[in-house]
Ligand binder design. Sequence first.
Ligand SMILES: O[C@H]1[C@H](O)[C@@H](O)[C@H](O)[C@@H](O)[C@H]1O
Ligand SMILES: [Fe+2]
Ligand SMILES: [Fe+2]
Length: 302
Amino acid sequence: MAILIQQPHYFGDEAEEIAASNNEKEMVLGGGFLVPKTNSFGHSFRDYEAESERQEGVQKFYRKNHSYQSYDFVKMMREEYGKMKRGEMSIWECFEMLSEVKDESDPDLDDQPQTHHLLQTAEAIRKDYPNQDWLHLTALIHDLGKVLLLPRFGGLPQWAVVGDTFPVGCRFDESIVHHKYFKENPDYNNPNFNTKYGVYSEKCGLDNVIMSWGHDDYMYLVAKKNNTTLPSASLFIIRYHSFYALHREGAYKHVMNDKDVENLKWLQIFNKYDLYSKSKVLIDVEEVKPYYLSLIAKVRIT
Ligand SMILES: O[C@H]1[C@H](O)[C@@H](O)[C@H](O)[C@@H](O)[C@H]1O
Ligand SMILES: [Fe+2]
Ligand SMILES: [Fe+2]
């Protein structure tokens, strides 16, 4: 899969301005994207304690995820999957493969295929930011890394593909969902890895921080390997969209550099659409396909 697209035009302060005007819009009913109060099960979004038909499965998922995602495990996966020897395909082909993919980590989604989630995110963000076509494409592809669950990509278990992500090699922040399960992680009691900075240093930049392995980092590696010309904000969104401890809770800011701070603004905009567009309202793929194909047409397949 190759991703080569024209560099979008946007200015440093634009994210801030857009975010500010969008917040205003949210106050006005009927204008802009409205954040729903509840998910399709009638609970608040991302309520990991709420009793629901999803709760037990999600909890089991995080127990495994937090126990097995260690520094050594991630290093090994990055090395292996960085080789990119799983074949070539177009973005749309890859998108279609996600119709077979379900995400067991998500308390807000039932068993609807991931293709719906991608279209819901992309269409919601497109309505509010009609001129930022790079954001539309970013939304359409941000979860494509979940193909790792499919046999062709190694059929990885859910705990190694989905769920929130977090840095390894330093202390697991308390704000991470189901933090208690980290006690079973081999790094938890390792003095090299369980301090505030661990193997990192102040403002070293997220680029130098190793994140738990999953669909975010994989898709980022794919984009990089193909010498994508997507803007750095887009790559940042793809790579850190599951890093809720950072973009929602404000943890790990001490390792961010100035560029990260800039890109985080776009990620925080994107996150509202990624999270709150999850609903039972389905989008007609055939209707919107030509638009997304036109975006992908700016993309050269190698
Ligand atoms: O359950 C969800 C889902 O797997 C998303 O794709 C991921 O980005 C979220 O952070 C995670 O919590
Ligand atoms: Fe995701
Ligand atoms: Fe998503």
